[in-house]
Write a protein of this length. Sequence first.
Length: 285
Amino acid sequence: MQNEKTDAADCGAPKRPRTTAGGLYAYANQQHDGEDETTETGGYSIERDALECGICFMPFQAEIYMCNNGHAACGSCCAGMHRACPSCRQPIGDIRCRPLEKAVAAISSPCKFRVSGCMKILGYTERRSHEASCPHAPCRCPFDGCYYQGSMLYHHIQEEHATDGVDVAIRRCTAVTLHRSKPFHVLLNRGGTRVFVLPNGGDVPMGRSLSLVTVGPPPLPPPPPQRGTPYAIKVGAVDGLDQLSISGTIPRVRCVQGFEAKSFLFVPDAYWGSSGTIDVAVTIG
Ligand SMILES: [Zn+2]
Ligand SMILES: [Zn+2]
Ligand SMILES: [Zn+2]
Ligand SMILES: [Zn+2]
């Protein structure tokens, strides 16, 4: 039988707002719209770890439990610890911490990408998953020396780096000439807004590594039936050397700097010839 005691000393007790320099959640002048009433707070801050689970050290999930000594943790974390509190070894997982659940449920604040156009007001427990896939999260321009970050990367590249982008059509084969000395080539989805980057990595000896990645936010829900956009890259046979090819699904990132491809096409030095270029056939979609 479930014991729902809620009067432990350090659970749900009112805490004086603290003003330490780091690790604060700040909520200033939030407006909470209900059906019958509107409440405005005067602004307050909460120490970050006051709202984090004592087991996973992440923001609490919706159901919060506590041990007899008032140590609090998410329900799923209690199960993972075989219902033993990691702080005091008392049983944990039977007593709901209702005051803390209530406090967490009452917290809402705008998405951190509001300046980029997201107008969502998020509850505490949904913030992390939303911001990880927010369509307004900024994407960074791949070109060296350019510090653009925003949600209009396609238009930015067309305006600022027009001569460096190659138009590609979806579900069509596009011929692209790659220069050995260029660390990547940018492909722009003609008639759409997607940006693809074809890294030409120098991280392998005696050749180059070709891969493909798209720079952009995740697709809006509902998710597409397939896991990602398929692609194929082919390097034609030259001087008795065989054709090379790779295919797969295109990973998606918001920032290509630091991207490491999980799979790539190795193009040995002999393919690049004296011109330092190769022609590749790229098919996306
Ligand atoms: Zn947890
Ligand atoms: Zn405990
Ligand atoms: Zn958002
Ligand atoms: Zn740029």
